[in-house]
Design a protein. Structure first.
Length: 169
């Protein structure tokens, strides 16, 4: 029999990673204070679905790609999904790493459509299952992906008086 004056120890609340239930998920809190769930590439779509359906993160905010070329890791692209729970008034971030392909989130969040096209256009990341993965910012005939850190950057001199003699412009 427990003493009514002694409070029972409450069980620790499950983390977001435990609530989402994806194998291999790691929980982090970034410098901005947003809880971040890092999942294997193969679980990216399942984790996003679990965030939406099971945890109430129904509002899609952003999807972006980061090129981590300098790290030397084989999976050089970091994919970020940022979502918001209207009922809890909290953000959550989902991250995964890939060498070139990841599952499309368009079936989970329709708003991801053009964000994925931008990631494909600028970084060359293929979002498998995307309904129309084509360039969105650059012309169809453009070669390469300009936001990759190893992409050659074009050079055009700026027309200042001091540069006219230097570049004969």
């Amino acid at each position: 029999m427990t003493d009514p004056k002694t409070p029972e120890a409450a069980a620790p609340a499950p983390t977001l990673a435990e609530r989402v239930g994806v194998d291999g998920a790691l929980m982090r809190t970034e410098l901005d204070g947003i809880p971040t769930l890092v999942v294997p590439t193969s679980s990216f779509v399942a984790a996003a679905t679990a965030l939406r359906d099971g945890q109430g993160y129904i509002r899609f905010l952003d999807l972006t790609v980061v090129d981590l070329l300098e790290t030397g890791r084989a999976e050089r692209f970091e994919i970020h999904l940022l979502v918001y729970s209207m009922s809890e008034q909290r953000h959550a971030r989902l991250k995964t790493y890939t060498a070139e392909k990841v599952g499309s989130l368009t079936s989970v969040f329709a708003a991801a459509h053009n964000y994925e096209r931008e990631g494909f256009d600028l970084y060359g990341v293929v979002f498998e299952g995307h309904p129309s993965l084509t360039r969105i910012l650059l012309p169809d005939g453009w070669q390469g992906h300009p936001m990759r850190r190893d992409a050659e950057q074009p050079f055009e001199p700026v027309d200042f008086t001091v540069t006219r003699a230097l570049y004969n412009t």
